[in-house]
Design a protein around this ligand. Structure first.
Ligand code: AMP
Length: 380
C-alpha cells in the first residue's frame, strides 16, 4: 500500500517521497484518513510505530486546506510530557513544512530555556508543541491564547492525564474551545483509559488501533540477580565484554545517574548523563551525540523513558528498576524498535526481586534471570 490512497495533498506526497517514506506504517494507514476526516482518534501505538508522522501529516494537510485568518494564533496544540519529546515532534513537523505551498509555522515551547524568545513567537505560530507548565506560563503572560485551537494532540496520553500533569492539563483543557478535534496517542493502555476518554474525547468517534504484533516480543529480555555493590562492575563487564557500542542505561535518580557516569569514565568508557538537573542545552547536546553514535553510554532517569526515538538502539540496561511496571515497559521499549530486535537487561538486587516479579506479572512475560554474582567481575 502506498501513501497515495490516504487522501494527502500532493505537496505532502512529494515530501514523503523526498524523505524516503515509501509506504505507510499500520498506524499511519488508519490514523491519516481519520484525522483528515476530522475524527477523534485514540491511537494505541508505541514510539517506533510511526505515530508522530501519523498525526503530523494529516494535521499539515488540514491546515493547508483551511483558510488562514489574518489574525494568526495557534490552531493546533500538541502536548507532550518532556522537553526532548517537544523538540522531537517539532522536528517531524519541520521535516514536512518546507514542502507546503502555504505558510505554516510550528514552534516547540518547553521549560529550561529562556521564555523571552518563546513569548515573541508563540502567539503567531500555527502549531504549538508544548510541555504543559511552560505553555501555562506563556498563557499567563498573555503571550498566547488557546481559544482558536481546533486540534489537540496528547502524545503519551496516559502520562499527560496522569497525576503528575493532571492539574496543568485540566487547566489547559478549560482554555480550549469545546468543539475541537482530539487525537490521543498512548503506548500503554492502563485502567485509567476510561478516564482518558471521559476527559478528552467528549464526542467520541474513537478509533482504536492495536499494535499488529506485540512489539515487546522483539525485545530480548534478560535479568541478572546481583548484589547492589556489584552492579557497577557488572555493568562495565556487560559493556566491555559484550562490546556494546550504544547503550542506554536507566538509573533511579539524578545522583545515581551521575555516579554511574563517573565510574564509567574512570574505566575509560565514554558516557554522559541526561536528567532534570542539567541545563536544557546540555540535555539536547548529549542526546544528539548519543543519537549520532558519538557517545557510547547514555545514563538517564525516567525522563527519557518515554517517546524518545533512537534509531536501531541495540541495548537498554536497567541499572535499577523503575517504580512503575508501566515505566519498565516504556524503558525497554527504547530498543526493539522498527522491527529491529534489541536487548533489555535488568540488574536486580535481592531487594528488588519481589518488585521484579510484579513487573513480570503485569507485563505478562517471564524474564530469564541469571546469577550476576557468579560471574568473574575481577578487573571491571
Ligand atoms: P515514531 O513512532 O513517530 O517515533 O517514529 C519512528 C521512526 O519511524 C521515526 O524515525 C520516523 O522517521 C520513522 N518513520 C515514520 N513513518 C515512517 C514510514 N512510513 N516509513 C519509514 N519510516 C518512517
Amino acid at each position: 500500500m502506498s501513501f497515495n490512497s490516504l487522501g494527502l495533498a500532493p505537496a505532502l506526497l512529494n515530501a514523503l517521497n523526498a524523505e524516503g517514506y515509501s509506504e505507510p506504517t499500520p498506524i499511519q494507514r488508519e490514523v491519516i484518513p481519520a484525522v483528515i476526516g476530522k475524527k477523534d482518534v485514540l491511537g494505541i501505538a508505541k514510539t517506533g510505530s510511526g505515530k508522530t508522522a501519523g498525526y503530523v501529516l494529516p494535521i499539515l494537510h488540514n491546515l493547508q486546506a483551511a483558510t488562514v485568518s489574518s489574525y494568526r494564533e495557534p490552531t493546533v496544540l500538541v502536548l507532550v510530557p518532556t522537553r526532548e519529546l517537544a523538540d522531537q515532534v517539532q522536528q517531524v513537523f519541520q521535516t514536512f513544512i518546507p514542502f507546503l505551498t502555504g505558510r505554516v509555522t510550528c514552534l516547540a515551547v518547553s521549560g529550561g530555556v529562556s521564555i523571552n524568545p518563546q513569548m515573541q513567537a508563540v502567539g503567531k505560530a500555527d502549531i504549538v508543541v508544548a510541555t504543559p507548565g511552560r505553555l501555562l506560563e506563556l498563557v499567563e503572560k498573555n503571550a498566547v491564547r488557546l481559544s482558536s485551537i481546533g486540534t489537540l494532540v496528547l502524545d503519551e496520553a496516559d502520562k499527560m492525564l496522569n497525576l503528575g500533569f493532571k492539574e496543568e492539563v485540566d487547566r489547559i483543557l478549560t482554555l480550549l474551545p469545546l468543539k475541537r478535534q482530539n487525537l490521543l496517542f498512548s503506548a500503554t493502555l492502563g485502567d485509567d483509559l476510561s478516564r482518558v476518554q471521559q476527559v478528552v474525547l467528549r464526542n467520541p468517534q474513537v478509533i482504536k488501533i492495536a499494535a499488529e504484533v506485540d512489539e515487546i516480543d522483539l525485545i530480548h529480555q534478560l535479568a541478572y540477580l546481583v548484589s547492589e555493590e556489584k552492579k557497577g562492575p557488572l555493568l562495565r563487564y556487560l559493556i566491555k565484554h559484550g562490546d556494546l557500542k550504544q547503550v542506554l542505561v536507566f538509573a533511579s535518580s539524578t545522583i545515581k545517574a551521575d555516579g554511574i557516569v563517573n565510574k564509567l569514565l574512570k574505566n575509560k568508557i565514554h558516557a554522559a548523563s541526561v536528567h532534570s538537573k542539567l541545563s536544557q542545552q546540555t540535555r539536547r547536546d548529549t542526546l544528539r551525540q548519543f543519537k549520532a553514535g558519538e557517545l557510547r553510554v547514555l545514563v538517564a532517569t525516567d525522563l527519557l523513558a518515554r517517546g524518545i526515538d533512537i534509531e536501531f538502539l541495540p541495548c537498554v540496561i536497567n541499572y535499577e528498576l523503575p517504580r512503575s511496571p508501566k515505566d519498565y515497559v516504556h524503558r525497554i521499549g527504547r530498543t526493539g524498535r522498527a522491527e529491529n530486535p534489541g536487548d533489555a537487561i535488568s540488574l536486580i538486587s535481592p531487594e528488588e526481586m519481589d518488585h521484579f516479579k510484579v513487573i513480570q506479572k503485569k507485563m505478562g512475560k517471564r524474564v530469564k534471570i541469571l546469577s550476576g554474582d557468579q560471574l568473574d567481575l575481577q578487573g571491571y
